[in-house]
Design a binder for this molecule. Structure first.
Ligand SMILES: [Zn+2]
Length: 111
């Protein structure tokens, strides 16, 4: 099997050849990841990458993702989407700190 990231490098864009390579390698996870990058759902904040998923958004740092997959010992597609976006340089950059400016807004404060 050709590694999908090699295919990605060769093609240089998220065309259907690349999409198929990721689906062959990762199944549904590959498909979700490619489609998310295609739809510009990967965003780079100062502190984290953020991936807008189907029901929520998650922050990713390296191989860590804030979604539930980790709890079940699974790998989610969010981290894969970030890897693809970084490889191609396709992501929206925000001059914001995700953790400080966004994610905890709704958390109750304890005194
Ligand atoms: Zn995730």
């Amino acid at each position: 099997m050709i590694h999908p990231f090699q295919v990605l490098k060769k093609e240089g864009t998220l065309n259907d050849v690349v999409r198929k390579a990721f689906i062959d390698a990762y199944g549904k996870r590959g498909m979700e990841a490619v489609d998310a990058v295609r739809e510009n759902r990967v965003k780079k904040y100062q502190d984290y990458f953020v991936v807008v998923g189907n029901t929520d958004e998650y922050f990713v740092e390296g191989s860590f993702c804030s979604c539930n997959a980790m709890l079940y010992g699974k790998e989610c597609w969010h981290t894969l989407a970030v890897q693809i976006a970084v490889e191609l340089g396709i992501y929206d950059s925000y001059n914001l700190w995700y953790y400080k400016d966004g994610v905890d807004e709704d958390e109750p404060e304890y005194e």
